[in-house]
Design a protein around this ligand. Sequence first.
Ligand code: 1HE
Length: 267
Amino acid sequence: MSDSKQETANKLPPSLHFEQRGAVGILRLSRPHKRNALDDATIGGIEKFFAAVPDDIKSVVIHGEGEHFCAGLDLSELSERDIAAGIAHSRAWHRAFERIEFGRVPALAALHGAVVGGGLELAAACHIRVAERSAYYALPEGSRGIFLGGGGSVRLPRLIGTSRVIDMMLTGRTYGADEGASLGLSHYVVEPGAGLTTAIELAERIAGNAPMTNFAAMHVLPRNAEQDRASGLLMEALMSAIAQGDPEAKRRLRDFLEKRTPKTVHR
Ligand code: 1HE
């Protein structure tokens, strides 16, 4: 491992494991005995990792060790918190997950088993979700007497609609991987055991894109979905001109025109 990679790995708490395969960074939630419940140290580690993704990593896959992706907030840390500490806690999650969604490189979540509460909030902050058939989505906050705190009340209604999120929270309704795909939670559904491999394959494909295009997709699309039409169109024109002006785009266009790259076909 290079010095900078070693430094990245050293900064992480024991609950996070980092490895690199080519241009893909792989971050594993590694608290299987607690079903990868997210404690303060893990949230802090996620923030640090996404704030300083090593330069030669072009996409990141997050996955979970053991039988489940993530059981959400570590409930054992909750009882001692007063209101001020509760707000600070939620804001720390916001910082970490904003780093994922609006970071330097696209993030993919490889999901299996429970993707619940804060685990679903984490998955929702990723750009692509690959779900094994065992994956299920739930928001058990209602039954625990708490509320979303990791940005889920903002991201999830945008993904699947406010009324579905209300239903999940009020009735405890869960969605499986396939239902999740029809709603927009899972982008891909794969057989048990194939989640990580598929996510890495997709991450490699993403890593092969021009960085400026990846940046535009991650940063412009969600913001354009939230701003008025005229501002969105202006932002699109600016981003489109910036991307086209990049030497990488010029090289890729030349490659296509001189028939050195594959055509766009349906696979
Ligand atoms: C935990 C947690 C946790 C497991 N915090 N310790 N999240 C939840 O409400 C989900 C709570 N967890 C579960 O419903 C189940 O654990 C699972 C369905 C995910 C997995 O079941 P299973 O049978 O595989 O494991 P288990 O026996 O329930 O759990 C194994 C251990 O992990 C056990 O500890 P042990 O000391 O008895 O071995 C559990 O107590 C522990 N564990 N989940 C702490 N979440 C920013 S706000 C976000 C708000 C939320 O995320 S609310 C949703 C919280």
